[in-house]
Write a protein that binds this ligand. Structure first.
Ligand code: ADP
Ligand code: MG
Length: 240
């Protein structure tokens, strides 16, 4: 109860979970104090405090737990899932140079959003992690080249990535961190069949993260199909 009040008063966060929920962090140091490269970039960007979805999201994701984040646009959801992704990639037991295909896959509804996420990854320049952006209308040859050049993060719109997976151009069997960003918009745009087909290529013991600005029944159904005991972090109201 105390922790619950603390969450609501100080962070405006509500959590729904069938398991214990780690406490939110109050500072960037609490989450990334042991990663000076990440701290430096956060400082360079002039951020002062973690946003609510970051405060609560980072400890959850850094423990490898599945998470649903519902919060309005502009509340810092990108870094909420991206910084734990960088740590996840480096922490995997298989040496990085021995891995086949990406370790982290982010599905996003539009090319613009995918490119925006790519820019965030590149700002951090963390441990030489490279990423490739895959979207329809983009130059296929260039995308394939980058895929083959050890891009450990793939950020993709579902249509083009599904084509690549069907054609054997990308091997998704090594993905262990999967993000469905703006799931509500992806479903509105009719991407559900492609999302479901892509996920069939990915191992079931992955960590899965879903973000959404709204919480309609279609998104609820998708999350219960694709996620394992997720903690649902709610910032603001759900507007059911
Ligand atoms: P969302 O995905 O929730 O719509 P974004 O992740 O795109 O939001 O973040 C919106 C903006 O807020 C971006 O410009 C980002 O750089 C900035 N931002 C992210 N985290 C913080 C923070 N802790 N403090 C201040 N600004 C932040
Ligand atoms: Mg976003």
């Amino acid at each position: 109860e105390q922790v619950k009040d603390f969450r609501e008063k100080n962070f405006g966060i509500e959590v729904k979970s069938s398991n214990p929920v780690p406490n939110p962090v109050q500072t960037f140091e609490q989450a990334f104090g042991t990663y000076p490269m990440i701290m430096a970039q956060i400082k360079r960007q002039g951020f002062e405090v973690p946003s609510p979805v970051q405060s609560q999201g980072w400890p959850i994701l850094m423990q490898g737990i599945d998470m649903i984040g519902t919060a309005q646009t502009g509340t810092g959801k990108t870094l909420a899932f991206l910084l734990p992704a960088l740590l996840h990639i480096v922490a995997q037991p298989t040496p990085r140079w021995e891995r086949i295909g990406p370790t982290c896959l982010v599905l996003a509804p539009t090319r613009e959003l995918a490119q925006q996420i790519e820019r965030e990854v590149n700002k951090f320049e963390y441990e030489n992690i490279r990423c490739v952006c895959i979207y329809g209308q983009g130059d296929k040859r260039n995308q394939i080249q980058k895929l083959n050049a050890m891009s450990e993060i793939v950020i993709a719109t579902p249509g083009r990535l599904n084509d690549f997976a069907d054609q054997g151009i990308v091997d998704l069997s090594g993905v262990s961190y999967l993000v469905l960003d703006e799931a509500d918009r992806m479903l509105d745009m009719g991407f559900e069949p492609q999302v479901r087909k892509i996920v069939m290529h990915i191992r079931p013991d992955r960590q899965t993260i879903l973000t959404s600005a709204t919480w309609p029944k279609e998104v609820r159904a998708l999350s219960s199909k694709l996620m394992k005991n997720p903690i649902h972090v709610i910032v603001g109201s759900l507007d059911l």
